[in-house]
Design a protein. Sequence first.
Length: 285
Amino acid sequence: MITHLRSVEIHVTNPAELLPFYADVWGLAVVEETDDRIRLRGRGTEHHVLTLATGEEHRLGGISLAADGERGIAKLTDRLRGEQVELLSTSDTRMEFLDPEGRRIEVACGLPEHTAPSPKAYGPDRLSHVVLNSVDLAAAKDFYTRVLGFQVSDTYENDQMVFLRCNSRHHCVVLAPGKWTSLNHVAYEVRDTDEVMKALGRLRKAGFDTVWGPGRHGPGGNVFCYFLDPVGNVIEYTAELLEVGDDWVPGEWARTPENADVWGTGGGITPAVIEAMSNPPREPA
């Protein structure tokens, strides 16, 4: 049913103020802009990978997934009608609903893609994965696997993190335990380790140093560099995520610094970064 992760939407009080960072520093390109919403693309064919939308508070606005066609949309619609979730809209090619913790999820097919490369000479090729903090991780895992059809690729022991896939890429959605429902971080993919390091150099020159990394994760095997955007979202440049097949056997990893960063080069994840990844509720400005 679901083929890949398309985009994420982030709510901020003023999207225009955040745009220079994502366009000039991070390397995305504007494809649509209205009074309350800005959509940006990467260097790949996906129409957009990030939407900056006006909201009363800083939070995740939604996740967009691609379906394998109208039959996939119909099948998922039937499944959701048997669940205790809110269906916001449905059509032959698109549906929108709230998952059990109230996250807005869009699933669509037949959407336009770009036929020409992005005008940017640098930046992410595509969206890699999104990590979600869940108050009831067991229920979230059940919903994303049983209802949406994701498969578990790996876990940290006792389901401290659950890595989910919908195609051959090791993960595109990751569930993490949280005191509240929130966004943990968003990861953007580039071609290889060399491109990750070039991005690190570019961001440092712009005044945005890494908050964790460079390093390589155990689960998924991907190279990482984590940063904070100007409003405090944790974002990641990543590359070389594992490709797995139907014969892949999920592993349970010990939750150790050595497995989080197998190279031991990232400097360790600090309490401040863990707090940023928890994305606690914030008082309106």
